[in-house]
Each structure stands twice: as structure tokens, then as C-alpha cells.
Design a protein around this ligand. Structure first.
Ligand SMILES: NC(=O)C1=CN([C@@H]2O[C@H](COP(=O)(O)OP(=O)(O)OC[C@H]3O[C@@H](n4cnc5c(N)ncnc54)[C@H](OP(=O)(O)O)[C@@H]3O)[C@@H](O)[C@H]2O)C=CC1
Ligand SMILES: CC(=O)N[C@@H](CCC(=O)OP(=O)(O)O)C(=O)O
Length: 342
């Protein structure tokens, strides 16, 4: 299997390349970069790959489709909205890590991403690949979910799918490390500003709200809106999504526990730990999502704590899960990873 990767100079692209290099079904990885006019060595473009002289080639969709069986885009928002067309036209397999084709409406994309959208026909052809819940097998254009969206949806799924909570009561307090913001420095990610600090950002305006809503509504049409807040925390990798909701009458701790077991006991990458509340470090370096849940009978409130590594489960790891599903490879291929310790 030959695969193409666009975006090797970015955080998600680098991590994806590391995973693909270890994937048993991947024979060759061809790298493409939009700034090049001739080939350059990877070792010269990305110092972390100092001993890898793989050629990075200028971006060329015809060459990509001729020399590969699939292309991964680990590119900034606003890129695949412009570049997706030839692949969609040719039914050529794509896994897109950006948010450009996750929504199904042009106006929604423009509202939340503040950029021109991909054409409606492209949005409609794309498939939202929340890999632990549905298989990308048979799909050609997979829109890989956002990092916050993944942690939040996995945390909420049993409560929403099994109709255990008041659908108007969902509040999400999500926290992310700075690598979630990509490699381009910003005022909020400047060391002096991010270190020893917590910063709430994009209040009620985060671009993952609409993709979370789309999936929640596929699961349970009664969910009309959520409260969703994001905070930048001074760590490099990891997301914790802390979710609160009021339970429906008759729902208690035992029913909630049963629901999480029912949904997750057979899932390889999602680990439900009951009332043991996971921390971010236990998933960093892996493609796992760990979820702990506590119920407060005094306030009838359930709290779910869902943690992932934003660059793995929230990006490159889930992209490999989708890749494995598309080509019927083993679920764990390329994803046998170990937590960074200590
Ligand atoms: N970081 C994370 O935790 C997550 C990121 N994502 C999404 O994945 C994508 C990549 O994220 P991340 O790696 O963090 O971002 P980075 O900013 O670190 O990297 C972006 C990559 O896109 C490339 N790029 C920029 N413009 C173009 C263009 N016009 N044509 C081709 N390539 C281009 C950049 O190249 P150059 O070297 O020229 O800048 C770089 O390689 C984004 O859409 C992001 O939203 C999704 C989930 C989690
Ligand atoms: C810490 C931080 O800034 N995180 C980013 C998440 C980026 C991401 O995953 O966004 P896409 O939807 O474009 O893929 C953010 O909140 O915008």
C-alpha cells in the first residue's frame, strides 16, 4: 500500500507520519508540500526527522493519485475546502484531518470557521468518521473528527444514545494543551502567556460546536443545543472534556454505569473506568479515550470526565483507525502505542 501525506511540517502531520512508518500494511509514504517547487529532503524540512532523507515532493494532485492509493491531508483549515475537488471527482480515497468537510452546510462552515466553504456537493459526499461508532469501510472522503469533538462525543455517547439525560442540560467544560493550536505561534500560546496560566477562549464560538451537534442529533433528535466552553491549559498534549448534565427521572448511578458498560465494553480504544476519574497523562502517547463518571444524587447531575491525546485519538490516531476501517485492516494496526511515562 502506497499512501500520500500532505502537511508533514505540521504537528498532526508529523505524528501521522510516525504512525504510518510503523503500519504493517504501509509500504511507502509519499510526502507532498505546497511550498515546494522541487523535491527536498524531509531531514532538511523537519529537524525531528534528521535521519530520514525521504523526498518531500511539490504538491500535485495528479501525481498523488497516480502514485498512491489514498491521501491524508493534515492541513490547516481552509485548505481542503479548495483542494478536495479532484479527489472527489475521481472517487479517490481521502482522509482529511481538518474541519473543512465535517459540516454539511456551506453557511454553517462560513459562520463557524470564518472562511469560504467547500462546495455543497463536496460537503455532502464527505463522511464524518467518528471511528469508534461507525465504520469508514466503503467511504471515499473521510472527514476525521476534531479533537475536542472526539473527547466530548465519546464522553456523552452513552447518556445521549440511551436517552438518560435532560437534552437541554448539557454543559461541556473542555480543556486542551497547546499543541491543539498547531505549530504557528499565537499570543495565547506564547510561553510566557500560556505557562502558569489558564485561558478560556472562543466562548460559545468554538468551531467544534456544530460538528458535535450534528452527531448528537444523529444519536438523539431531542438534543437541540449544548453549552460548550474551551480552555487552553499549560501542557503540550492532551484534552480533558468535563461534561455535566441533569439526568431524567428514574435514572441513577447504577443505570448510568450500565449504559457506559453497554456502549464501551467491546470497544478497543475506549476504556470506561467507572467512578475512577482518568487524568490526561494516562492517555498521552496512545490512541485511547478514557472515561470516568460520577453521579450526584443530591443535584441529579451526572459528570463524565473524558480524556484523549489530541494529536492521536483527536487527530492522527483516529485517522489511522479510519484508514484501517477503509481497507479492512486490523483495528489495532499501526496503533499499538504506549502511554508516555512518567
Ligand atoms: N493539532 C491538533 O491537536 C489537531 C489538529 N486538527 C486539524 O488538523 C489539521 C492540522 O493541524 P496541525 O498539524 O495542528 O496544524 P499545523 O498548523 O501545525 O500544520 C498545518 C499544516 O498544513 C500545511 N498547510 C498550510 N497551508 C497549506 C496549503 N495551502 N496547502 C497545503 N498545506 C498547507 C502547513 O504547511 P506550512 O509548513 O507551510 O505551514 C502545515 O504542514 C488542522 O486542520 C487542524 O485543525 C485536528 C485535530 C487535532
Ligand atoms: C488549543 C487549540 O487552539 N485547539 C484548537 C483545536 C483545533 C482543531 O482540532 O480544530 P479543527 O476543527 O480545525 O480541526 C482550537 O480550539 O481551535
Amino acid at each position: 500500500m502506497q499512501v500520500a501525506l500532505v502537511g508533514i511540517t505540521g504537528y498532526a502531520g508529523m505524528v501521522l507520519y510516525q504512525l504510518l512508518r510503523q503500519h504493517p500494511a504501509v509500504d511507502e509514504i509519499h510526502l507532498y508540500d505546497h511550498k515546494l517547487i522541487q523535491n527536498e529532503k524531509l531531514s532538511e524540512m523537519v529537524p525531528a526527522f534528521y535521519s530520514d532523507d525521504t523526498a518531500v515532493q511539490p504538491y500535485d494532485p495528479d501525481a498523488i493519485m497516480a502514485d498512491n492509493q489514498l491521501v491524508f491531508f493534515a492541513t490547516s483549515a481552509g485548505v481542503t475546502s479548495k483542494l478536495s475537488q479532484p479527489y472527489i471527482k475521481a472517487d479517490f480515497p481521502v482522509i482529511d484531518l481538518s474541519g473543512d468537510l465535517r459540516l454539511n452546510d456551506e453557511a454553517q462552515y462560513q459562520r463557524w470557521y470564518h472562511k469560504p466553504s467547500a462546495p455543497a456537493q463536496a460537503l455532502n459526499q464527505a463522511y464524518y468518521g467518528l471511528a469508534d461508532f461507525h465504520s469508514a469501510h466503503g467511504q471515499n472522503y473521510v472527514a476525521n473528527p476534531g479533537c475536542y469533538a472526539t473527547a466530548t462525543l465519546l464522553g456523552l455517547a452513552p447518556l445521549v444514545k440511551l436517552d438518560l439525560i435532560d437534552p437541554d442540560s448539557i454543559i461541556v467544560d473542555a480543556k486542551s494543551g497547546t499543541s491543539g493550536a498547531g505549530k504557528k505561534p499565537a499570543q495565547s500560546t506564547h510561553f510566557t502567556q500560556a505557562n502558569d496560566n489558564l485561558q478560556i477562549y472562543k466562548p460559545n464560538q468554538h468551531q467544534h460546536i456544530p460538528e458535535i451537534m450534528l452527531e448528537l442529533q444523529r444519536w438523539n433528535g431531542d438534543v437541540k443545543a449544548i453549552e460548550f466552553m474551551t480552555t487552553l491549559i499549560p501542557i503540550t498534549r492532551g484534552i480533558m472534556s468535563t461534561i455535566y448534565a441533569k439526568v431524567k427521572p428514574g435514572v441513577d448511578a447504577a443505570k448510568i454505569d450500565e449504559a457506559y458498560h453497554q456502549i464501551y465494553d467491546d470497544k478497543l480504544f475506549v476504556h470506561y473506568s467507572g467512578e475512577h476519574l482518568p487524568d490526561i497523562k494516562q492517555v498521552v502517547g496512545t490512541n485511547n479515550c478514557h472515561i470516568g463518571v460520577v453521579y450526584n444524587p443530591t443535584t441529579h447531575t451526572v459528570m463524565a470526565d473524558s480524556v484523549i491525546d489530541n494529536l492521536l485519538k483527536g487527530a492522527a490516531g483516529q485517522a489511522v483507525q479510519n484508514f484501517n476501517q477503509m481497507f479492512n485492516y486490523q483495528e489495532s494496526s499501526g496503533l499499538e502505542l504506549q502511554t508516555f511515562l512518567p
